[in-house]
Design a protein around this ligand. Structure first.
Ligand code: ATP
Ligand code: MG
Length: 329
């Protein structure tokens, strides 16, 4: 098998079949959650709005596609991760409230219900003001730090997995959803102690996938920092760093640094400090990437507090010139 074929298999290209949404509206699951309506559908399952009859509160109910959990090893792995995810409690994460199996074999996760659009819907494909990026990304880093400290890697961070709520005072609150679920995508990676085999598949988009993950190299929490870097790049420029087929994107992320935003999105006046911040999150060499979410958050705070010092920390040669185009308030 050529290298490209291996990557193609890993990406599951051509393998993602549309799955029907199970007919659950009006039914009770796990003995206490009433399914009220459909919220959405993704590659891993369908999401419903529901009510916890016992505690009289609204919930989200995620029903996993049956084929993802039909292998006992995968199921055990998912259940282990779900238990860790259920321990996470942080304002910037959507908590897992319950997990279980219905009598007819459907695997269900009960989640906090978020009221708000996904980050994907919120930003569209438009460049965002620097202040909004700082505000939201800071929260995403706080959520990631909490999860990483608990030993959990998200593995599938992307704007569709961030829900943005608005607080009573009008502040935007970013909350990461789907922690504990993406292990089902990648059955045999280094975290499980195995080696990537030709059966290893990653469903969904490679747009946010770190190069080490695309290559099948060992991964750690820093794949989430890479994904966040792509999100920051997207919020700054309105564009993804690489486009093309799944395989072209994966190969580009392995072989190239992201193009300068001035080149990728001419006419967009991206904040140079935040651009450099995104590049440091997306560094292909692991020792050039931020080591932890905490470290990245400190740098982000420095950008807000002392742009000159932050520019120096980020290794920007001509800080003065960079600061002249800065768009921060
Ligand atoms: P993937 O399967 O790759 O994660 P996805 O994130 O687009 O793709 P789902 O995770 O299945 O798909 O979610 C589908 C939609 O359901 C989301 O885009 C979101 O609109 C909604 N949703 C998911 N979880 C919640 C939640 N806890 N509260 C409110 N809405 C949610
Ligand atoms: Mg999702």
């Amino acid at each position: 098998m050529s290298g490209d074929d291996g990557l193609r298999t890993k990406l599951g290209v051509g393998d993602v079949k549309p799955q029907p949404v199970p007919e659950l509206v009006g039914k009770l699951v796990l003995g206490r959650y009433k399914v009220v309506g459909v919220l959405g559908k993704g590659t891993m399952g369908a999401v419903f709005r529901g009510t916890d009859e016992k505690l009289a509160r609204t919930v989200a109910i995620k029903v996993l596609h049956a084929h993802l959990v039909d292998d006992p090893t995968m199921l055990a792995r998912f259940q282990r991760e779900a238990r860790v995810a259920a321990r996470l409690q942080h304002p910037n994460l959507i908590s897992v409230l319950d997990v279980g199996e219905t009598p007819d074999g459907m695997h269900v996760m009960i989640l906090e219900l978020a009221h708000g659009p996904t980050l994907a819907a919120l930003i569209g494909k438009k460049p965002q003001p620097a202040a909004r990026i700082l505000h939201l990304v800071r929260q995403l880093l706080a959520g990631l730090e909490h999860a990483h400290d608990a030993g959990l890697i998200h593995r599938d961070l992307k704007p569709a997995n961030v829900l943005v709520e608005t607080s009573a005072s009008g502040e935007e609150i970013a909350r990461i959803v789907d922690f504990g679920i993406a292990v089902l995508r990648d059955p045999d990676d280094s975290v499980a102690g195995g080696k990537l085999t030709s059966t290893g598949q990653v469903l969904g988009t490679p747009l946010y996938m770190a190069p080490e993950q695309a290559k099948g190299d060992p991964i750690d929490h820093r794949i989430d920092l890479y994904a966040l870097g792509v999100i920051v790049y997207e919020m700054l420029s309105g564009k993804w760093p690489f486009v093309g087929s799944a395989i072209e994107i994966a190969l580009a992320s392995i072989a190239q640094d992201p193009p300068a935003i001035a080149q990728r999105a001419p006419g967009v006046n991206a904040d140079p400090l935040l651009e450099q911040f995104a590049r440091k999150l997306m560094a292909r060499k692991l020792d050039e990437r931020f080591a932890t979410a905490h470290e990245a958050r400190e740098l982000l705070d420095l950008i807000a507090r002392d742009p000159r010092q932050a520019g120096l920390s980020l290794g920007i040669m001509d800080v003065q010139r960079a600061l002249e185009v800065i768009t921060l308030p």
